[in-house]
Design a binder for this molecule. Structure first.
Ligand code: NAD
Length: 466
């Protein structure tokens, strides 16, 4: 479904009209393109004063790997970490330079007063972030800190980051990454994702990185040699997920309903994947997936994307609408996970990624069935993550919660509700399926071993449930 208003405001007349009437002004978001550098411009890095230099060392190593053009403020002692990583950082003179990304190591902030360092770093740069720029603050998980002053200071960063996301506009995103002590080596995939155009429609998110297995990857094909199954792959978000996973090197088993065979075949053949037609609610779905997976040496990731809506207000909702939505969106996902785990269909370091929805976080009129099922998906992730932690096979489970994504599902929403869903977020526009797909590819990567139990919203920082 095309966003006619979004297209109109790209014209000079449209821009003028929107400005004069105080209407939202969505910009064209940068999106990943093969051959483009991951970070498309200079990066200003900084660090709050203190003794813990571990996060800075990781940030420096990752930026060196990316061959990023790095700037630093003259008084900042992060220069040493950058030099150790072989980066000759340029001095930020505060002149006309613009930055594509601002990365700040806040791990040393240990009381409310010291939060002033975050203010100072970002205050002077707030107007110098380029369109589709990236703000990333890295801290320590407050729940792991026993000192009250230090814990509250780390927790406070969340309010700062979410406000920056709402304030900076122009397609600029802001994220907070909490890295557990000792998990600094697992920062790579997340920092790469959040500083790149791949995270175009993800903003205001808080992600936790724990120790997990460190797996070396070839960053040009991070999913190379992996077999990944995507449910609901014949169209919409599932099709985009399949294409992105294949682009990153995976062999994708594309699963959908038998009646979707033609479209499914079309997607699979374009990405050299394979086809599996099965209804995920059927009794032998687990067995059929296992058979398909075993032909390829097991699964390295399963992406539970298939889902439906059957909207009605509760009083008007017949039982079948409740039952079908619950079974497809939640019941089958839980059953399949149990089957795949119990029958060793998932390889070591396998990734499970579930597609939830911001309806499951915020609730939605006419969607008691859908919102219940999607909140249940988050519950499934929360409950499964610690079990995977303790089974010592390096597996992880995470969820993405898309907001308004332009697909057949959202095209069916009545005009007024559709238009408000599109605009009520920091990007003033809907996302597109590839935005969800890129986020899933990050979570499905072997390099994402430190990410377990996260729910990441892909909603342009929607106001719903925020
Ligand atoms: N589009 C959005 O804005 C949005 C927002 C939040 C969450 N989501 C979620 O993203 C996922 C994909 O949504 P979409 O917009 O691409 O939907 P879509 O309707 O375009 O695609 C869903 C796919 O799932 C398949 N499917 C349905 N039931 C199945 C079953 N029993 N067995 C196997 N396959 C089945 C369908 O055939 C279809 O190909 C869903 O889980 C949806 O709830 C979408």
């Amino acid at each position: 479904m095309s966003d006619r208003y979004g297209e109109f405001v790209q014209s000079s007349l449209g821009k003028k009209v929107a400005k004069n009437l105080g209407l939202p002004l969505p910009v064209t978001l940068d999106r990943f393109e093969a051959g483009e550098p991951l970070v498309r411009g200079s990066v200003l890095v900084g660090r709050a004063d203190g003794d813990d230099k571990n996060i800075s060392a990781s940030v420096a190593r990752i930026l060196a790997d990316l061959h990023a053009e790095v700037y630093v403020n003259s008084s900042d002692d992060i220069k040493d970490a950058l030099a150790d990583a072989g980066i000759e950082a340029k001095a930020n003179t505060g002149g006309d330079d613009k930055f594509k990304a601002l990365v700040f190591d806040a791990s040393n902030i240990s009381n409310a007063d010291q939060l002033k360092e975050v203010y100072a770093f970002f205050h002077s740069e707030a107007r110098r972030v380029e369109q589709s720029g990236r703000v990333v603050i890295v801290g320590r998980p407050p729940e792991n800190i026993t000192d009250i002053e230090a814990s509250l200071a780390q927790r406070a960063l969340e309010g700062f980051v979410k406000s920056v996301g709402k304030e900076f506009k122009r397609g600029i995103t802001a994220q907070l990454v909490y890295v557990e002590e000792g998990a600094e080596q697992n920062l790579d995939s997340t920092l790469r994702f959040f500083t790149s155009a791949r995270s175009a429609y993800v903003s205001g998110q808080v992600v936790r990185i724990s120790k997990g297995n460190e797996v070396e990857v070839d960053w040009t094909q991070p999913l190379g040699g992996k077999t990944m199954l995507v449910t609901g792959a014949s169209r919409g978000i599932g099709e985009a997920i399949s294409r992105v996973l294949a682009r990153e090197g995976a062999h994708v088993i594309c699963l959908d309903l038998p009646q979707q065979q033609a479209d499914l075949q079309n997607v699979a053949s374009q990405i050299s994947g394979s086809v599996l037609t099965v209804d995920i609610t059927s009794e032998d779905a687990g067995k059929e997936i296992a058979e398909a997976a075993q032909k390829r040496g097991g699964l390295d990731a399963v992406i539970h994307n298939a889902g439906i809506t059957r909207d009605k207000t509760l009083a008007k909702m017949d039982e079948s609408k409740w039952d079908t939505v619950m079974d497809i969106n939640l019941g089958s996902v839980a059953r399949l996970n149990s089957y795949l785990l119990e029958n060793d269909v998932l390889n070591d370091d396998a990734r499970i990624v579930c597609v939830s929805s911001i309806s499951g976080i915020a609730g939605n009129m006419g969607q008691t069935n859908y919102a219940t099922s999607k909140a249940g998906v988050i519950g499934l992730v929360d409950a499964t993550a610690p079990q995977l932690d303790s089974n010592a096979k390096g597996m992880t489970i995470n969820a993405v919660a898309p907001g308004f994504i332009e697909t057949q599902m959202t095209a069916a929403i009545p005009f007024a509700i559709r238009e408000s869903g599109r605009r009520m977020n920091s990007m003033s526009q809907g996302g597109i399926p590839v935005d969800v797909a890129e986020t899933i590819a990050w979570l499905a990567s072997p390099a994402a071993g430190g990410l377990n139990g996260n729910t990441v919203r892909v909603c342009g920082q929607s106001l719903l449930g925020a």
